[in-house]
Ligand binder design. Structure first.
Ligand code: NI
Ligand code: MN
Length: 233
């Protein structure tokens, strides 16, 4: 299994023979660790909610690679109108996907999709994802604040091995809250995301997050990636 950070909340996850991309905000992110044309083999694009820094290049990526999008229903309908194929879901049990499986989890955040006309449309509830393959579970939080679901639904029920958590504060958990989330989730590894990307976000230090996790969740190892770098196990 390989998890490559593409910058912000975009990851390329190779697991169980499949390639998944989360929240592909790439062409709009000057600090992205890849260019869009380099992503040629993609099976699934997981979209957590309708904000621009998460929907990103979903439409182009799906059309060009034939990848299927998985998104909350209202967001999926908007993407399907632009030619995207795939499926919609809400937080529920596992969705089987050709040798791997994916489940959506609750997230505490907002979600609206801004159209090119300037119109803002409702894009459903934001979600996170748990991806299971090769006997491992990866939790991708999307954008969320600190909430009890991180302890109960993610930590106690799904028990992921690896967690990808936003740390920027501003619209999502700050480093201290993300460290508390890490202690509740109890995964062996946490990879921070959603920082050092948008000017509108607070500047945070991932090393400070790592120090907080070592104090609050000593059994959890923080892996700090640079955009373009991978974690493998
Ligand atoms: Ni957001
Ligand atoms: Mn965001």
């Amino acid at each position: 299994m390989e998890i490559r950070w593409l910058g912000h909340s975009a990851f390329e996850i190779k697991i169980g023979g499949k390639t998944l991309i989360t929240d592909p905000f790439i062409s709009g992110n000057p600090k992205a660790g890849v260019t869009l044309d380099k992503l040629t083999k993609v099976d699934f694009v997981l979209v957590s909610h309708g904000h621009f820094d998460h929907v990103g290049d979903t439409v182009e990526l799906c059309k060009r690679t034939g990848a299927k999008a998985i998104a909350p229903p209202e967001l999926f309908v908007a993407l399907a109108k632009q030619g995207v194929e795939g499926m919609f879901a809400n937080p529920t049990g596992w969705l089987p996907l050709e040798g791997i499986r994916v489940a959506m989890t609750p997230a505490v955040h907002s979600a609206a999709l801004g159209l090119e006309t300037g119109e803002i449309i409702y894009a459903g509830n934001p979600v996170g994802f748990v991806i299971e393959g090769e006997g491992k579970r990866v939790y991708f939080a999307g954008d969320t604040g600190l909430c009890a679901d991180l302890k109960l639904v993610v930590g106690e029920y799904f028990k992921p091995d690896i967690a990808l958590l936003p740390i920027s504060g501003g619209f999502v958990m700050d480093p201290e809250q993300a460290a508390v989330a890490a202690s509740w989730i109890g995964s062996k590894v946490v990879i921070p995301m959603h920082y050092d990307s948008l000017p509108m976000l607070p500047q945070v230090d991932p090393q400070e997050f790592a120090r907080l996790v070592s104090a609050k969740a000593p059994g959890t190892r923080v892996v700090i990636l640079k955009p373009g770098e991978s974690y493998k196990e």
